[in-house]
Design a protein around this ligand. Structure first.
Ligand SMILES: NC(=O)c1ccc[n+]([C@@H]2O[C@H](COP(=O)([O-])OP(=O)(O)OC[C@H]3O[C@@H](n4cnc5c(N)ncnc54)[C@H](O)[C@@H]3O)[C@@H](O)[C@H]2O)c1
Length: 368
C-alpha cells in the first residue's frame, strides 16, 4: 500500500467535523493536524483524532507531516489560506467556493502553477450515485443532446441567524458563490459546454439580504438553463429538483443529496439494454397511441425508469470520501486526471461570480 497521506484540517466547524469523520474512515489518509480559531474545538478534535492542535494556519503549515490541507473555513478565508498553503508547498482540498473575488481566484491559480501544488474543490455532488448515473446517461447521448436544465433549490434558513457569515456578502460572496457553485459545476458537466451568457436577479428579504436568487445561463452549444435558490423556509419544506430536458426525453432528480431519479424518453429497441445497464434498473416500456388531431402523428413506445437510493446520508459521507480519494490519486499519480479539475473549479466559480455581478449591475453578461 502507498504511504498514508497526512491531512491538516483547517476549520473544524459544522462541515469540518462532518468531513473529518469521513476522512478518519479512509485507509489512504491520516488526520495529523488541526487548526481552528476556536481553541476548545481544535483541542477536542485533536484529541479525538490523535492529531496535533495548532493555534493558527502558519503553525500547521510548518508541520512536515501535513501533505494535504483540507480547508473548511468560511468562504472569505479560502483564497488567502489556499495561497498560504500553496506557498508552503502543500496540496489543497478546498471546500467551495474557490474564492469570493474573481481576482483572488486568478492570483491563486498562478500561485498553484508556480508552486506546482494540486488543488481541488469538494464538489460532493459529482460523487453522489444519482448524479453519477444522470451524467452517464446524458453523456451517452441515448436520449439525444441536452437542450435545457432547470434547478429549483429551496432551502432552510433556520440555522442561518441574522449575524451568520452566510448573509454577509463580503464573507460568503452571496448565495450563488457560497452555494450555487455546486450546481453550476454539475450543470456545466451535464451540458458539456462552456457557459457563454448569464443573467441574474434577486429578491431582497429581511435586513436587505438577498435570500432568493435566480440566473439564466446559455451554453456555447446552445443548452439553456435556469437556476433558482432560496434560503427562506423551515427545514421541513426544503426541496431540490433538477430537471434535465433532452432531445428525446427528460430526467428529473430530487433531493439536495438526491435519492430519486425519474427518466422518460424514446430509445430504439436495440439501445435499451445499454440504457438499462447505465441506470442499473429495468426499464418499463409503454405503448403510446398517436396523439389525436395531429396530422401525420405516429404512435410510439416510451421507456420509463425510476431510481431510488436508500440512505441519503450514507451517500453524502461516501461522496466526501470519494472526493478525497480522487484527490489522493491525483497527488500519487502524476498523469491522473481528477474528476474535478482545476479548470472545472475555476469555470464554476467564475459563473457564480458573474451571476452575482449580473444581479449587482442589473445587466446580463457575456462570458469570454
Ligand atoms: N461541500 C459541501 O457539501 C459543504 C457543505 C457545507 C459547508 N460547506 C463549506 O464548508 C465551509 C465551512 O462551512 P461550515 O458550515 O462548517 O461553517 P462554520 O461556520 O460552521 O465553521 C467554520 C469554522 O472555521 C473556523 N474558523 C474561522 N476562521 C478561521 C481561521 N482563520 N482559521 C481556522 N479556523 C477558522 C470557525 O471557528 C469554525 O469552526 C464553507 O466554505 C461552506 O461553504 C461545504
Amino acid at each position: 500500500m502507498e504511504k498514508q497521506i497526512g491531512l491538516g484540517i483547517v476549520g473544524y466547524g459544522g462541515f469540518g467535523e462532518f468531513t473529518a469523520q469521513a476522512y478518519a474512515s479512509m485507509p489512504q489518509v491520516r488526520i495529523v493536524a488541526i487548526t481552528d480559531v476556536d481553541a476548545a474545538r481544535r483541542g477536542s478534535a485533536a484529541e479525538l483524532y490523535h492529531a496535533r492542535a495548532y493555534e493558527d494556519l502558519t503553525a500547521l503549515l510548518a508541520d512536515p507531516e501535513v501533505d494535504i490541507v483540507a480547508i473548511n473555513t468560511p468562504p472569505w478565508l479560502h483564497a488567502s489560506q489556499a495561497m498560504a498553503a500553496a506557498e508552503a508547498g502543500k496540496h489543497i482540498f478546498l471546500e467551495k467556493p474557490l474564492a469570493v473575488e474573481l481576482d483572488d481566484a486568478d492570483t491563486l491559480l498562478v500561485k498553484l502553477k508556480e508552486r506546482r501544488v494540486h488543488l481541488t474543490i469538494d464538489y460532493v455532488l459529482r460523487h453522489v450515485p444519482v448524479y453519477e448515473t444522470l451524467l452517464k446517461v446524458t453523456n451517452s447521448g441515448l436520449l439525444g443532446a441536452v437542450t435545457y436544465m432547470r434547478l429549483e433549490n429551496v432551502a432552510s434558513n433556520e440555522a442561518l441567524h441574522d449575524q451568520h457569515w452566510f448573509w454577509q456578502r463580503s464573507r460568503s460572496g452571496g448565495i450563488f458563490i457560497e452555494h450555487g457553485v455546486h450546481f453550476f459545476d454539475l450543470c456545466n458537466q451535464i451540458s458539456g459546454a462552456r457557459p457563454v451568457h448569464v443573467s441574474g436577479a434577486a429578491h431582497l428579504g429581511p435586513n436587505g439580504r438577498q435570500d432568493r436568487v435566480m440566473a439564466a445561463v446559455t451554453y456555447a452549444n446552445g443548452t439553456l438553463a435556469n437556476f433558482y435558490h432560496a434560503f427562506d423556509r423551515p427545514a421541513i419544506l426544503e426541496q431540490t429538483v433538477l430537471r434535465v430536458v433532452l432531445e428525446r426525453g427528460s430526467i428529473v432528480v430530487s433531493g439536495w443529496i438526491p435519492d430519486h431519479l425519474e427518466l422518460e424518453g424514446t430509445v430504439p429497441a436495440e439501445q435499451r439494454d445499454q440504457l438499462e445497464s447505465l441506470l442499473g434498473v429495468a426499464l418499463t416500456i409503454r405503448d403510446i397511441p398517436a396523439p389525436v388531431g395531429i396530422t401525420g402523428a405516429t404512435p410510439g413506445q416510451l421507456v420509463q425508469a425510476t431510481l431510488n437510493r436508500a440512505d441519503r446520508n450514507a451517500d453524502y459521507v461516501e461522496a466526501v470520501t470519494r472526493g478525497m480519494a480522487d484527490f489522493v490519486t491525483q497527488i500519487q499519480q502524476p498523469h491522473y486526471t481528477p474528476l474535478v479539475t482545476l479548470q472545472d473549479a475555476y469555470e464554476s466559480f467564475r459563473l457564480a461570480f458573474l451571476a452575482q455581478r449580473s444581479i449587482d449591475d442589473g445587466c446580463s453578461l457575456e462570458i469570454c
